[in-house]
Design a protein around this ligand. Sequence first.
Ligand SMILES: [Zn+2]
Length: 206
Amino acid sequence: MSIPFVSQEGGCKVCGRGVEGYEGEYVCEKCRERAPFFDVAVGAVDFAGEMRETVLRYKDAKALWLTEDFADWMEAAGRSRIDVSLADIVLPVPSTLMRRIDRGVNPAVCLAQALARRIGRSFRGDVLRRVGAPKKQANLSEDERWENAEDSFAVIRPEFVKGRTILLVDDIQTTGATLSGCAKALKMAGAWRVWCISLARAVWNS
Ligand SMILES: [Zn+2]
């Protein structure tokens, strides 16, 4: 299988989305319309084709042996857009309680731990948590996803966040709403910068 790495050349400096006709540094229309709370979001591979199946298996904790390879790709993608050595702490996007019970393992935690080891930063899994009744993001429209995600997260250990640069790790980035929801909670708790690295990024049509 050839690996569908995301091109890290150009694109929106916030979300990485490429827009035809644009070159150099710009912020895309979507990010201007609804500015995400994160500063940068980077995806390593496109969530498409065979890779989509592989990533879904990984998300269901059925392919955890791929963690180190995936962390390798995420590190490379991250380094091409941000100076990861300036991150103070690495946090995973928390999974819903139901999903945790289902699988006993959160792949975003595995990826965040592996990435933290590689870049020599500390990992913490107890800083962010979900609040409220979880809704499945997959069943919602894009607007509903953003609204739902905005108030779905809370920081329970603000002492690790205040004034810091946070590296936030997730397995799959679709609209960016979940990352933005986490980033909102982190910024409200005093985080200086929130940089996001996802394993797979949904392929955008616009
Ligand atoms: Zn953008």
